[in-house]
Design a protein around this ligand. Structure first.
Ligand SMILES: [Cu+2]
Length: 125
């Protein structure tokens, strides 16, 4: 089961690198292998027009994966502490981002601006 998740993640990273190379600062430019795929600290499902969970907390350096389980396109737009855009996440696709610095990262979906979430990144211990 864990191996399946890692393979899925590796595939997603490759797709993400191609689709979002200009915006996803953490994406790798080489083909991801199981060894260099980052461990996912949290997974957020996008379903029924909501982020589930809406509020998450990770440590600095942690990686979050958003999976679009919905039937429509969604995206993530972060305005602070720095601008960050996921690009359009199609149904059954995912977006992965690593948060290097501590802070409160509020985001919303450009398509449905009632869809909001926050990633609270604690300083690494
Ligand atoms: Cu949306």
């Amino acid at each position: 089961m864990k191996r399946r998740i890692l393979l899925l993640l590796a595939a997603l990273l490759v797709v993400g690198t191609i689709a979002f190379a200009s915006t996803a600062c953490s994406s790798k430019t080489t083909t991801a292998s199981e060894e260099d795929a980052p461990a996912i600290a949290m997974t957020v499902h996008v379903k029924d027009g909501e982020f589930d969970q809406r509020d998450i907390e990770i440590e600095a350096g942690g990686t979050v994966m958003w999976i679009n389980d919905d039937v429509s396109d969604h995206d993530l737009q972060f305005l602070a502490p720095n601008k960050l855009y996921s690009g359009v996440i199609k149904p059954e696709k995912a977006w992965v981002h690593t948060f290097a610095a501590a802070g409160n990262y509020d985001y919303y979906c450009d398509f449905h601006n009632t869809m909001k979430g926050v990633v609270v990144v604690r300083p690494a211990p």
